[in-house]
Write a protein that binds this ligand. Sequence first.
Ligand code: SOE
Length: 393
Amino acid sequence: MAQERLRVAMVGHGFMGAAHSQAWRTAPRFFDLAVGPEMAVVVGRDPDRTEAARAKYGWQAASTDWRAVVADPDIDVVDVVSPGSSHVEVAIAALEAGKHVLCEKPLANTVEEAEAMAAVAAAARANGVRAMVGFSYRRVPAIAFARQLVEAGRLGTVRQVRALYLQDWLADEDGPMTWRLDKALAGSGSLGDIGAHAIDLVEHVTGAQLTSVSGTLETFVTERPLLADGVGLSGTASAERGQVTVDDAAFFTARLGGGGADGAIGSFEATRYATGRKNGLTLEISGSAGAIQFDLESMNELRFYDATAPAGEQGFQRILVTEPEHPYMAAWWPTGHLIGYEHTFSHQVKDFVEAIVAGTDPSPSFEDGLHVQRVLDAVERSAADGSSWTVIA
Ligand code: SOE
C-alpha cells in the first residue's frame, strides 16, 4: 500500500532526542520528500520533562505511555532514542505493531537482544515494514564521498585501516554518573557508545566486515558521584558515589574480509579520556592506489592521496566536501558553505523516509546493527580472556 502519511512517535528526549527532533523538522524543508513526516508525539518517563521536551522541540503531543503510543493506529513510525536497555522491547513491539522503526546505535545491549530484533525486523520486512539503525555518521557527506572513492577503486586494494574515536568528557574523575556509565542501561562504555560508530564506518566505507578481533578494555575511574539532580554531565553531583560498570577506553586490532578490503588489518581505539579531543572520530584508510584521511572535528573535509599521480605531484589533497556534486550537499548552501553535526541526522531522516516511500530496505539494517553487536561482543570476550584473537560469529 502506498505510504500516504508518516506520523512519527519518538521514544526518549535526551541529547539524541534533540538531534532527532531537529532532523524530523528540518529534513522535509530541505529535501523534497514525497511524504512529509509529522512530529506527532514524544514519549518519556517523567511527565514534566516530557512536556518540556514537547514544547521545546515542537512535537504535537507528549506521552508517558510508550506501549499505548506504539499500539496507536495513528502512528506510522517509531524513533527509538532512549537508553540502550530499552531498545529491544520498544523496537520489537513497534515492528510487531506494523510501525517503521528507526533505532539509535548501538542496536541493543547484547547479541541476544540484537538477534531477536533482527529476526523481528526480517519478518516485518516481508510485510513492507522498514527498520534502520542510527549510525548517523554514514551520512556525513565526506564519509559518503569516501565510500564512493573506495567503490570506484581509487584506493586500489585496501590493506590497512586506522579508526580512532576520541572524546574527553570523562577526563574529570569527579564528573557525575550518567546512564552511559551503567552497564545495565548502556550495555558497554566507550566500546559500544563510540567504538560502534568506528566499526560501522570502517565497514561502510570499505564494504568489508571485521572477521576477528583482539582487544583490551580499561576502566580508569570505578566510582563517581551520583547525580543529585539534572541529567548527564550537566547535572549536579551528590555526596554519594556510584559504581562505574562499563569500560572507559577500548583498544583493539582487527582482521577484515570481503568488499574492497579483503585481507586488510585494522586498529581501533575508543575512549572518553583523550584530553583535548572533544568529538574526534578519525579514519585513515590506506590502499595500494591511494589513501583517505577523515576527522569529524573537520567534518567538511576529506584528505585524499592519489598514489597513481606523477611522483613529483603526490601528496594528500584537501577536498572541501561542500559542493553540489557531493552526497547530500545540493540540498543545502551554495558552493563552499559548511554543514555540521546536526545535518547528519537530517540526512538520516531523508534516507529513511525515502526508503519507506519507495518500499526499499534502508541501510544500515538491523542485521548490520546485529553484526556490529557481534564485533563489540567479540572485543569484550577477547579482552576478558587475555586478548587472544576472537572470531566474530
Ligand atoms: C556520547 O559519547 C555521544 O553522544 C554518542 O552517544 C553519539 O553517538 C556520538 O554522536 C557523540 O557522542
